[in-house]
Design a protein around this ligand. Sequence first.
Ligand code: FAQ
Length: 331
Amino acid sequence: MYSQGLIGADGATQEDEAFLDRFQARIDAEEKIEPNDEMPAGYRRTLIRMIGQHAHSEIVGMLPEGNWITRAPTLKRKAALLAKVQDEGGHGLYLYCAAETLGASRDQMTEELLTGKAKYSSIFNYPTLTWADIGAIGWLVDGAAIMNQIPLCRSSFGPYARAMIRVCKEESFHQRQGYEIMLALANGSDAQKAMAQDALNRWWWPSLMMFGPHDADSTHGDQSMKWKIKRFTNDELRQKFVDATVPQAEFLGLTVPDPDLKWNEERGSYDIGPIDWDEFWRVVGGGGIMNTERIAARTKAWEDGAWVREAALAHARKRAERQQASRQAAE
Ligand code: FAQ
């Protein structure tokens, strides 16, 4: 494991040891860091990368479930799914705003997403083939997101931590609606139960990959823990997720697709089989089933929305001109 290397050595800042020690003392004292506070360039960079990736994930994450809004089996299911997908859009917007407080512009972040420079969560590069996938996403993907994001409510950067509080409340509703879909299918006909099992088979391992590489291979983990941006490591959160989720699968009467899954009495948690990291890195690198389609959809949305952005800017310009003219007339 290695840290970011450039910490304290960014040419644009005067980051001597005394400055870095002062900053670390604030972190250690559990003070929140706010946008106008002094901060090491590496801290700022880490947050822009992580919050930007998180925002992109929420926005791209609308696509797999959006695919099922018109095909939800009942009006009640459609209303809940519509609300959920809208919530994810809202999370993306909060997060872009939080990253903007650090000096990143929305245009710049979007360009990085669309050109493949910025990552988004690997999980959203898998297709949603059946209605049960919507249950599995709510249960597993939102479940994993909550496990990861509850500790982020205590992240050292104020705007990120505060945004996470509302986001987690909404994710918790999403997780329950997903689990309830799975419950209905698991208690339904044999074909419905088989559909639920198939969805669990396809989403289980990608959900475990959401937590990122093993700690030994995590580039940013150590430094982000030291700065209290992250409160738990990737492996710690993955383990908490497995321990919370396996009993939920048992309650559904479904089988977790891991022949090595075993309760470890000594550790008081589950042992799992090996994760296919080659698949993870292939998907992160653009080689997943849906990567091309996801970026094409976001590119089209960005291009289709150009006239709205232009109109909003023109309106703001005219308003400012009118206000200036009336101020001058009053003088
Ligand atoms: N996918 O050094 P680490 C959601 C990259 S929101 C793609 O361990 P870090 C809501 C990582 O960026 C889901 N790339 O990185 C929802 C780094 O590459 P870089 C998103 C990944 O930052 C639900 C490299 O690997 N949540 O689901 C992934 O310390 C349903 C080395 O990794 C967040 O973003 C991955 N899974 O830890 C929406 C939460 N994992 O940047 C719709 C905030 C790692 O050097 C429907 N983020 N990488 O090029 C985090 O907690 C952290 O950023 C981690 C990664 C834990 C994701």
